[in-house]
Design a protein around this ligand. Structure first.
Ligand SMILES: Nc1ncnc2c1ncn2[C@@H]1O[C@H](COP(=O)(O)OP(=O)(O)O)[C@@H](O)[C@H]1O
Ligand SMILES: [Mg+2]
Length: 249
């Protein structure tokens, strides 16, 4: 479904992503892990068109999407959750998701023109499926951190993506919120037949949900495979020495 081949990106003279190849099968849940600064976010930005690669290709379901602008890549089926910048903090939860539907259907320009009567059913259904129905009238800026992350997921889902990219979906969450988020992601992925690619620093999260793991280190993929293969990889263990991998059994 997603095929990254020989992807590279330098900033100045620094190679943040170096000859990275990676495939994610349809409906697979895959994770990219690696220490801080390994190049995970840069890789995601290359895939979603927010950065232009220096070399290499990105294919979505066989189609070359390398270098296409983000809005087109989104339309072609790669969704992505952003940090909270994407949330309108003054609007309610309902209005936020409704706005995401409006934007996806190209109504962004006449935003307030009878807009509040549109996509109400879709919005209600999506909020129910991500567990935010009870908070639909809550002003988004006042949501708990965990609920804001849920809302970000809802915004990404409004474009009905085939592939969803999540950059550290549980960052900053409590243990309880993390656990709930993982269960939510698993359920949503199954319900919507999603192909999921996420980055994560929490090894427990990664090994509890990912079917496939790629390990990025200094811009290079140093291991790729099933969780148990990656966990046993000597190079991976060396890179993660003292970073918690060995504690996750
Ligand atoms: N826009 C940029 N300009 C310069 N350097 C960058 C830029 N974005 C990322 N980097 C550098 O590239 C490396 C990889 O960053 P990043 O992809 O954010 O890593 P990760 O998400 O794995 O923590 C880091 O050393 C970071 O400082
Ligand atoms: Mg990052």
């Amino acid at each position: 479904m997603l095929e990254v081949s020989g992807l590279s990106k330098s900033f100045g003279g620094f190679r943040a992503v170096s000859d990275v190849s990676l495939t994610v099968d349809t409906r697979q849940i895959a994770a990219v892990i690696g220490p801080n600064g390994a190049g995970k976010s840069t890789l995601f930005n290359l895939i979603t068109g927010h950065l232009r690669p220096d070399g290499g290709t990105v294919r979505l379901d066989g189609r070359d999407i390398t270098g296409a602008p983000p809005y087109r890549i989104c339309r072609m089926g790669i969704g992505r959750s952003f940090q909270r910048t994407n949330i309108f903090s003054q609007l309610t939860v309902f209005e936020n998701v409704q706005a995401a539907f409006l934007v996806h259907h190209g109504r962004g320009r006449n935003f307030w023109l009878r807009a509040d009567s549109l996509y109400r059913e879709e919005t209600a259904a999506l909020l129910a499926s991500i567990g935010l129905a009870a908070q639909e009238e809550t002003v988004a800026g006042t949501l708990s951190y965990g609920n804001q992350k849920q809302l970000e997921l809802g915004l990404a889902l409004a474009s009905s993506p085939a592939v969803l990219l999540l950059d550290e979906p549980t960052a900053g969450m409590s243990a309880t919120e993390t656990h709930e988020t993982i269960r939510l992601l698993e359920r949503i992925a199954a319900e919507r037949a999603l192909t999921l690619l996420f980055t994560e620093h929490d090894m427990e999260v990664v090994f509890s949900i990912a079917q496939k793991i790629a390990v990025l280190h200094q811009g290079h993929i140093i291991a790729e495979g099933r969780p148990e293969e990656v966990r046993a990889d000597p190079e991976v263990r060396r890179v993660y020495l003292g970073h918690g991998l060995t504690h996750t059994q």
